[in-house]
Design a protein around this ligand. Structure first.
Ligand SMILES: NC(=O)c1ccc[n+]([C@@H]2O[C@H](COP(=O)([O-])OP(=O)(O)OC[C@H]3O[C@@H](n4cnc5c(N)ncnc54)[C@H](OP(=O)(O)O)[C@@H]3O)[C@@H](O)[C@H]2O)c1
Length: 235
């Protein structure tokens, strides 16, 4: 029996990942920072719900305690994430970005990943086949954002790609430190969710594909990698 926590699973890619992993036989905790939204999602999915705000030490510690008492964890999907957009769903570019905006995005997308991973490490280390999936983005790829003529090159935001490049680095460093775990970063692709005002061109079913696949890698699977549904990505 595999037990899986997905942060930010009350909607979007996290919700779809939960649906698919439950279908694959996982016991899934839907992580939600709001109790009502989380409960509704968990009821719809037939999942368990755990209250977890990835920006809050006490919330993350309480979630780890609750899941430990319930029996432990095998798979952690660090999915919760935010983007920096202003009025009218406009991505905040280099002319407008402030240190405060950077801090807000990093608090969730970067420090949140470290906060949650750190809290759940002891549980994962007790699993026979521990797996961590960090939901990154193609915008975290230096190679992609510096390739003229591509959508990644044209993306003007600063905070979000910087946060996801950091997630990639975190992934590599954790993977080297914990060779007994499978720890990978994934790029779902541009997907219609609330994150981008539903402007994404893929469905959540398509976007969740690589998250679901990497959540199910066995002990012989890759670690320290960066993948989309087509395969490995350039850093
Ligand atoms: N959509 C895309 O095109 C795309 C592409 C590449 C990567 N991604 C990544 O995919 C992941 C999921 O995004 P999505 O597109 O599914 O967006 P979404 O529909 O906006 O979902 C984001 C989820 O994260 C949760 N969340 C935000 N801040 C949180 C916090 N402090 N603590 C706990 N949960 C928090 C949200 O909860 P609330 O409902 O409470 O706000 C929501 O459940 C993100 O890491 C994103 O960067 C998305």
């Amino acid at each position: 029996m595999t037990t899986t926590l997905i942060t930010g699973a009350n909607k979007g890619l996290g919700f779809e990942t939960a649906r698919r992993l439950i279908a694959a036989g996982h016991t899934v905790y839907v992580g939600s920072r709001d109790a009502d939204r989380g409960r509704r999602a968990a009821e719809q999915l037939g999942a368990r719900m755990v209250l977890i705000d990835v920006t809050d030490d006490a919330s993350v510690a309480a979630a780890a305690k609750a899941i430990e008492v319930d029996g432990g964890l095998d798979v952690l999907v660090n999915n919760a994430g935010i983007e920096s957009r202003s009025e009218g769903n406009v991505v905040v570019g280099a002319a407008e970005v402030t240190a405060d905006m950077m801090r807000t995005v990093f608090e969730t997308n970067v420090f949140g990943v470290v906060r949650v991973t750190h809290a759940f490490l002891p549980l994962l280390q007790r699993s026979a086949a521990p797996v961590v999936v960090n939901v990154s983005s193609g915008l975290g790829s230096m190679t992609r954002v510096t390739a003229p003529g591509t959508p990644a090159y044209a993306y003007p935001g600063v905070a979000y790609p910087a946060s996801k490049a950091t997630v990639n680095m975190i992934t590599v460093q954790y993977a080297k430190a914990f060779p007994g775990m499978r720890i990978n970063a994934v790029e779902p692709g541009y997907t219609a969710t609330d994150l981008n005002g539903r402007t994404g061109t893929q469905t959540v079913e398509e976007g969740a594909e690589i998250i679901v696949r990497m959540a199910q890698v066995g002990p012989d699977g890759p670690t320290g990698g960066y993948f989309d549904a087509e395969g490995p990505l350039p850093w």
